[in-house]
Design a binder for this molecule. Structure first.
Ligand SMILES: *Cc1c(COP(=O)(O)O)cnc(C)c1O
Length: 365
C-alpha cells in the first residue's frame, strides 16, 4: 500500500519529552520559539500561533471588525473550513470562479463578485501553489479590501519571490496531513503590528494582562506540546519541500502526454510546495475519474478527491442567506475531474514508478 500521506514527527520526540517533563505544557516558551521560526517562513515580523487553521481564518476575520452583512469573496473550490470560518465570523460568503491553470481564484472573475458590502478578498492557495497575487493584490487595493490568505496548504510557497502569508493576514494549518504539522494547529502571519497585537489579545480571552480584558475574546491558544512537535519540522521545511518537488517532477515526467490526463502546472514566477499533486481526468479518458480512483485503490495506491463538489454545494448551506451561491462552471468541472496522487516526501523511486505505471495502465497508455 502506498498511502496518500505519511506523518513523520519522530524528530520531535526529544523536544516533546522536554515539554512534558517540565510540567509547563500549555502555551509558553515553545510556542514563542515556534512563532519566531514561523515568521521567517512568511517573511513577516509576526506569527501568531493558534489551535488550528480554521481558527486562524476566524480570528483573522474577527480582528478586521466585520459587521453583519459584510462580505468575503473567496474560492468555491476549497476545503469547507474556508467557508465555515467566514460564517463563524458572522460574514457573508460570495464566490468567484477559479482558473483551471492553478485551481485558484481567477482574477478576471473576481470583480463580478464584488458588491458595496465586500470587505475582504480571501484567496486560497490550493494544493501548494499561490493564487495570482500579481493581479489579486491590485484588485483588493482598488476596492479597499483587506486580504486574508488561506495559505493552509501553501507553507513555503512563493509568488515572484514573495512568500505565502506575507500579503495581509496569512492563515496556515498545521493539521496532521499538511506539509508541516503540530497534530492540530494553525498560525496567522502579518506585517501589521496592530493586527498582530489584536490577534494575540483575542486568542487569550481578550486579555492583555491578568484580568485586564480588552475585548470579548476566545481561547485559540496552541500548547507547548504541539509547538514542540512543529519546531523540528520547521527546521526541515526546505528538505521536505524539495522532496515533494522532486516527486512531483518525477510524476509529471512519467504522466505527461497520457491521453485523458492533464498533469498539474507550475505557473511562471511561482514556487509550488506540492501539498497535493492533482491531475485532471478529462472527458477523452477511457475511464471516468471515479473509476480510475477505485482501480488505484484496488492496486494499493492511495489517492484522494480534493474536492468532489464546490464548497457551497451542500444541503446545510442551501438556505443559508450568508452563503451566496453563484455560477462557477470551471470549479464544477474541476471538481468532477480532479484526482490527487501521492507526492509525500517519504515516497521511494520504486513507489513513484509503481504509481506512474498503475495510472498509465488504467488509462491504457
Ligand atoms: C486544512 C485546511 C484548512 C483548515 O485547517 P485546520 O487546521 O484543519 O482547521 C483551511 N483551508 C484549507 C484550504 C485547508 O486545506
Amino acid at each position: 500500500m502506498i498511502p496518500i500521506t505519511v506523518v513523520d514527527v519522530a524528530a520531535a520526540e526529544e523536544l516533546v519529552l522536554q515539554v512534558l517533563r517540565s510540567g509547563a505544557i500549555a502555551q509558553g516558551p515553545m510556542v514563542k520559539r515556534f512563532e519566531d521560526a514561523f515568521s521567517g517562513v512568511a517573511g513577516v515580523p509576526h506569527a501568531v500561533a493558534v489551535n488550528n487553521g480554521t481558527t486562524a481564518l476566524v480570528a483573522s476575520l474577527q480582528v478586521l471588525d466585520l459587521q453583519p452583512g459584510d462580505e468575503v469573496v473567496t474560492s468555491p473550490f476549497t476545503f469547507v473550513a474556508t467557508l465555515n470560518a467566514i460564517l463563524e465570523a458572522g460574514a457573508t460568503a460570495r464566490f468567484a470562479d477559479i482558473s483551471d491553470e492553478d485551481f485558484n481564484l481567477d482574477p478576471a472573475k473576481v470583480e463580478a463578485a464584488l458588491t458595496d458590502r465586500t470587505k475582504v478578498l480571501m484567496p486560497v492557495h490550493l494544493y501548494g501553489q499561490m493564487a495570482d497575487m500579481g493581479r489579486l493584490v491590485p484588485l483588493a487595493q482598488q476596492h479597499g479590501l483587506a486580504l486574508v490568505e488561506d495559505a493552509a496548504q501553501a507553507v513555503g510557497a512563493t509568488f515572484e519571490g514573495r512568500p505565502a502569508g506575507s500579503y495581509g493576514l496569512g492563515c496556515f494549518s498545521l493539521y496532521a496531513t499538511k506539509n508541516i504539522t503540530t497534530a492540530e494547529g494553525g498560525v496567522i502571519t502579518t506585517a501589521d503590528d496592530t493586527l498582530a497585537d489584536r490577534l494575540r489579545v483575542l486568542r487569550n480571552q481578550g486579555m492583555r494582562q491578568r484580568y485586564q480584558y480588552e475585548v470579548a475574546g476566545h481561547n485559540y491558544r496552541m500548547t507547548d506540546v504541539h509547538a514542540a512537535i512543529g519546531i523540528p519540522q520547521l527546521e526541515q521545511l526546505a528538505t521536505i519541500t524539495e522532496a515533494r518537488q522532486r516527486n512531483a517532477e518525477a510524476l509529471t515526467k512519467g504522466l505527461d502526454g497520457v491521453k485523458g490526463l492533464r498533469t498539474p502546472r507550475v505557473l511562471p514566477g511561482r514556487t509550488h510546495v506540492w501539498h497535493q499533486y492533482t491531475v485532471l481526468i478529462t472527458d477523452d479518458a477511457p475511464v471516468s475519474r471515479d473509476e480510475l480512483a477505485a482501480k488505484l485503490t484496488e492496486k494499493g495506491i492511495g489517492n484522494g478527491i480534493y474536492y468532489p463538489k464546490t464548497v457551497f454545494d451542500y444541503d446545510c448551506y442551501r438556505d443559508n442567506p450568508n452563503v451566496v451561491a453563484s455560477e462557477v462552471p470551471v470549479a464544477e468541472r474541476v471538481a468532477r475531474q480532479a484526482l490527487s496522487l501521492p507526492v509525500h516526501p517519504k515516497l521511494t523511486g520504486a513507489e513513484l514508478d509503481t504509481i506512474i505505471g498503475a495510472v498509465r495502465e488504467v488509462l491504457g497508455a
